[in-house]
Design a protein around this ligand. Structure first.
Ligand code: AMP
Length: 598
């Protein structure tokens, strides 16, 4: 289709008129980033001026940046906890937002061990949808012909609960997939999925994954891109194929769906779709029964042009494994988003993972940036005046993201550290550096130092009766297996070797640690099969002293040396592993239910 030349874009020649409009939109708002930000703030402040929260700051109707910055404090989730709790308990007055809170989005970030509850309003769905609608137009600039096939995406809904006041609480993607925006999306030849909605929307993760994989295998020749939200999710799908290819190939051979898939809407939809195909079944069987799974993605889906998964931030640890299974296909990180707000997109999605930068879209929220001193321990925003506006950030500097949203978060610290890499027009582009205070992460779980410390303490109570204590510990996110798991290295002081803790006690210590970790971790273990059993590796006594000697030999100061509570530097791992005397795995699943503990 010829595209009207007046719609051409500086980003490149659009693939179709719809893309041209999307690219033009990106151009316009990135050129006018500052005025868009000014308008967004004025809209939010005028709309929410009568909310209980904003009235506290006595803005007296002002909607300008200077007044806003001089009067409002920079806050964290904990500061908002009382308001959030009141909304959760059913208070429908305009506390944070003039618009009714439509539901809570449950973040993978936790507070006191439970997922943070992010208030949202109905129209935020439109904003999220808008950001999604920009992704393919950008991708089409780099990868031609995506309208000639389909995307095999592993997408899932997760369990939802209701707050005491009756509001739904669920992850943002569950909310999106269950919305009409997604379910009744208009046909777009550039964005056709192999997975039927019935499979994506099935709450049972086995049935959902099974059906999505089966559909992907059936349409293997049409698949042009393979993806999941995060890298860990795609690897879980590969692992699922390793465990289930025999049954899957049987279904393909006979055209009869695995009886374990009982969801009626899936069965009805697959009855139309699944036809006996012995030739395909034989092909898949042969590929899957080979000893090596190297390059399995391109062997089974030979027309795949790229993998669409986030591999920035904590997910970077999965890049080598993805390369192994895909034979080094390009990895596209397309967007940067959170439960609080969707932030922006990668305008150069086929770049190397290490070069990914996200351009923040100035229409999504009002953005401010708290300069981050990489070496300073404290980030307390004593002087909020230090906060910088979107267009004023400086290339090379690091900042913590602070947002003001339409749903009523005001000057809210997201907890992400970003580094400015450049600008697209006047909209800055950011490298995702890391999330603050995250020590360990396998999937969407995020464990901080305090949580790990508490888990070690709780588990070590079991050692008391054996007159044994944990003298030092560190940890490691082991992603060599799928799913990955936490490894905790323990150096023990056993005072009475005749009464040393048994293997069974140390296994129970693994479980006790898991019980103590936050609910996102436990959900990953129990419901999503996204995290494997926690492992304790007991090291010889004196190992942590050796670790210190090693650090000092590499230039660490003897006075300031602190045991690292998480390690991933190969020589250190090798040192620790060479001193392991015994290893134990958690023998059972920790407790987890969708209901919150508090
Ligand atoms: P959640 O609140 O559970 O939706 O998680 C949102 C968080 O996930 C963000 O604040 C980031 O820390 C992380 N995240 C989201 N998108 C990306 C990305 N593209 N790259 C790295 N981290 C991301």
């Amino acid at each position: 289709m010829a595209v009207d030349s007046s719609l051409s874009s500086p980003l490149g020649p659009p693939a179709c008129e719809k893309d041209a409009k999307a690219l033009q939109f990106i151009e316009e708002i990135s050129r006018n980033a500052d005025s868009v930000q000014e308008r967004v703030l004025a809209e939010i402040l005028s709309r929410n001026c009568q909310t209980e929260y904003l009235r506290r700051f006595k803005l007296n109707g002002a909607t300008d940046r200077d007044t806003f910055k001089s009067k409002l404090s920079v806050i964290t989730y904990e500061d908002l906890q009382p308001e959030i709790q009141r909304i959760a308990n059913g208070d429908r007055s305009a506390i944070l937002s003039a618009n009714p809170i439509s539901e809570f989005l449950t973040s993978s970030g936790t507070s006191a061990g439970e997922r943070k509850l992010m208030p949202t309003i109905k129209e935020e769905l439109d904003r999220r949808q808008l950001l999604y609608s920009l992704l393919m137009p950008v991708m089409n600039l780099y990868v031609p012909g995506l309208d000639k096939g389909k995307g095999l995406y592993f997408l899932f809904v997760k369990s939802e609960t209701r707050t005491p006041g009756g509001l739904l609480a669920r992850p943002v993607l569950t909310s999106y997939y269950k919305s009409d925006h997604f379910k009744t999306r208009p046909y777009d030849p550039y964005n056709v999925y192999t997975s039927p909605n019935e499979a994506i929307l099935c709450p049972d993760s086995f049935q959902s994954m099974y059906t999505q994989m089966l559909c992907g295998l059936q349409e293997r020749q049409q698949v042009l891109r393979v993806g999941a939200v995060f890298a860990s999710g795609l690897l879980r799908a590969i692992r699922f194929l390793q465990l289930n290819w025999q049954q899957l190939t049987l279904d393909i051979e006979t055209g009869a769906l695995n009886p374990k898939v009982i969801d009626p809407s899936i069965r009805e939809c697959m009855a139309k779709f699944l036809k006996p195909n012995p030739e395909l079944a034989e092909f898949v069987r042969q590929e899957c029964s080979k000893d090596s799974w190297e390059g399995i993605i391109t062997r089974i889906w030979p027309n795949t042009k790229y993998l669409d998964v986030i591999v920035t931030g904590a997910m970077a640890q999965y890049i080598p494994t993805l390369d192994y299974y895909s034979g080094g296909l390009p990895l596209a990180c397309t967007m940067y988003a959170s439960s609080e707000c969707y932030f922006g997109l990668n305008l150069n999605p086929m770049c190397k993972p290490s070069e990914v930068s996200y351009t923040i879209m100035p229409n999504m929220a009002y953005f401010e940036f708290l300069p981050h001193e990489p070496n300073s321990a404290s980030l307390t925003p004593d002087s909020p005046s230090k906060l910088v506006d979107l267009v004023d950030v400086e290339v090379g500097k690091e900042y913590e993201l602070v947002i003001t949203t339409y749903a009523g978060l005001c000057r809210y610290r997201v907890g992400d550290i970003l580094r400015v890499t450049g600008f697209h027009n006047s909209a800055p582009q950011f490298h995702f550096v890391r999330r603050k205070n995250v020590l360990l992460s396998i999937d969407s779980d995020k464990t901080d130092e305090a949580e790990l410390q508490k888990a070690v303490e709780n588990a070590s109570h079991l050692l008391r009766e054996f007159n044994t204590s944990v003298v030092e510990y560190t940890s490691y996110a082991d992603t060599a297996t799928i799913p990955g798991h936490y490894v905790i290295y323990w150096e023990l002081l056993v005072k009475d070797s005749a009464n040393a803790p048994s293997d069974e006690v140390l296994k129970q210590c693994c479980l006790a640690m898991e019980e103590s970790l936050n609910s996102v971790y436990r959900q990953g273990r129990v419901a999503d099969n996204a995290i494997g059993p926690l492992e304790i590796r007991v090291v010889k006594s004196g190992t942590f002293e050796e670790l210190m000697d090693y650090a000092i030999s590499r230039g660490a100061s003897i006075n300031q040396y602190k045991v690292p509570r998480c390690v991933n530097f190969t020589p250190i791992m090798e040192l620790l592993d060479s001193r392991v005397v015994s290893a134990y795995f958690s023998p059972a699943l920790p407790h987890w239910t969708p209901e919150r503990r508090r």
